[in-house]
Design a protein around this ligand. Structure first.
Ligand SMILES: [Zn+2]
Length: 479
């Protein structure tokens, strides 16, 4: 615990813990799974109050008492009971590492009045970081990796006020490493095992390390009051961290600062309006279903069709600019309901510059039966390099479809993919490539369907498919 906080833990079983930055077998000690989570701003957040907000009168008072400004603020802050300041804060002044993994989130303080004092803000932010730690601990617990005890180390341990807030908020005793060079001691422990001085890390730790058990014990009255504040924290956490794009919008005023981005976005809006017209023209979509997006080169942004606008009313203005989580940053419309899926693909495949999605009837008929479209035409070998694969059934709205697409892309050359019971997703270096793949996918699906009606189509050999694919992608066309 210092300028930021690392939360590391050994676990016996592998579990997927949402928002964890890493789990590595033997990552901390051999034979156990090392889990790592983190809070990107902790001591840095307290320092922000001292460096940016503290009035001169407070500095003078601290100096007169011979105290560091942090100790002075802590002494003032600890005089009140939990909740007295009437504030609840979000500790994301450096973004959020765990459990939201979103570096573009920012801080918030709710409840400010003309009576609010620097020590109130200081205390609210200390509490907010403790609530952030509690969110992580509860996420581990909920994922089936129970946090059995908490041992603390680092510079913040020297501040008893901060530690007591953590013990109370977390409702657990804090054991304190009795060295102010805990990471160095930890390295020495591992080195002693490597050098053969001790049999294993637990034996070396028992001999070389020391922790003060129950260094800070929770006070149940304070913990009860903190439970109420933690509810408010969780409400803010989910509203600003999961549901509202407001913090992203505030951090990224798209298009107002950088002319080259304005130009790129405007060009993509026009291009996408044109490309969307290809979907009904080729019979790939009905009513408002189907969408195309393009990555804004060099930015963590994409342009995508607005939700629910009929194809013959699509103009550059009905395209919206989103971040890669699918939050609208620019535009007067809601984004397509598939925006999060497109964003997932862009986040995980840097080679993808365009994504298209349709429910085109022949291809979707294969998807309805969870059947890949077999590679029985030279045009398929050219364009898709094999069968057009099918991914699992996935519900719209979270990352499931995106994950399915990325998994299929890892195992197949085809830029077109079917998602079971749903439809067609295609990718390309550009949005135009993705739309072309969607058109070709429907074309071959129709031909294979007709062939089936006449008998069993003859499959192409792997060797012929490879030769056709290579020729098409190296020799054919205007290069
Ligand atoms: Zn769909």
């Amino acid at each position: 615990m210092g300028t930021s906080t690392c939360l590391v833990m050994n676990g016996e079983r592998l579990a997927e813990v949402p928002g964890m930055c890493g789990v590595v077998e033997g990552g901390i000690t051999a034979g156990l799974l090392g889990y790592e989570a983190g809070q990107s701003g902790v001591g840095d957040v307290f320092a922000w109050v001292v460096d940016r907000l503290l009035p001169a009168a407070y500095r003078d008072a601290a100096a007169a008492r011979g105290l560091d400004p942090h100790d002075h603020l802590s002494a003032l802050a600890r005089q009140q009971a939990p909740g007295d300041h009437g504030l609840v804060a979000l500790d994301w002044l450096s973004g959020n590492r765990s459990v939201l993994v979103d570096h573009e989130l920012s801080g918030a303080i709710v409840g400010l009045t003309l009576d609010t004092r620097p020590e109130d803000i200081y205390r609210a932010l200390v509490e907010a970081t403790a609530f952030g730690a509690r969110t992580i601990v509860e996420t581990f617990d909920a994922a089936g990796v129970p946090v059995r005890e908490l041992t603390v180390a680092g510079g913040l341990v020297r501040n008893p006020f901060v530690m007591q807030v953590y013990a109370d908020v977390l409702r657990r005793p804090l054991h304190v490493v009795e060295s102010d060079q805990a990471p160095a001691v930890g390295s020495a422990i591992h080195a002693a095992v490597a050098a053969g001085c001790h049999a294993d890390v637990p034996a070396a730790a028992a001999a070389m390390g020391r922790a003060r058990r129950d260094g800070f014990l929770p006070d149940s009255g304070s913990s009860d009051r903190y439970d109420e504040l933690y509810d408010h924290y969780t409400t803010l956490h989910d509203r600003f961290g999961r549901r509202s794009p407001m913090m992203h919008q505030l951090r990224k005023p798209v298009g107002h600062r950088r002319p080259e981005r304005v130009g790129a976005v405007a060009a993509l809006r026009s291009e996408l309006a044109r490309l969307h017209a290809e979907l009904p023209r080729h019979g790939l979509v009905s009513w408002t279903s189907g969408n195309v997006s393009a990555r804004v080169p060099g930015e963590e942004l994409m342009v995508i069709k607005a939700s629910g606008v009929p194809f013959d009313e699509l103009t550059p203005e009905t395209m919206v600019v989103c971040d890669l989580a699918g939050n609208v940053l620019e535009g007067d419309f809601a984004a397509s309901s598939d925006a999060a899926t497109h964003g997932y693909v862009y986040r995980h495949r840097l080679d993808v510059g365009g994504v298209a999605h349709t429910h085109s009837p022949y291809a979707t008929a294969f998807a309805a039966r969870a059947e890949p479209i077999p590679c029985v035409l030279t045009a398929m070998a050219d364009e898709f390099g094999g069968e057009i694969p099918v991914g699992p059934f996935a519900r719209i709205g979270d990352d499931e479809i995106g994950r399915g697409i990325v998994d299929l892309m890892a195992a197949h050359r085809s830029p077109a993919m079917l998602m079971q019971n749903h439809g067609v997703f295609t990718v390309g270096g550009t949005a135009r490539d993705a739309v072309k793949a969607a058109v070709m996918c429907e074309d071959v699906a129709r031909t294979v369907h007709l062939a089936r009606a006449l008998g069993e189509p003859v499959p192409l050999t792997r060797k012929d498919i490879d030769a056709l694919f290579d020729r098409y992608h190296t020799v054919y066309g205007q290069r």
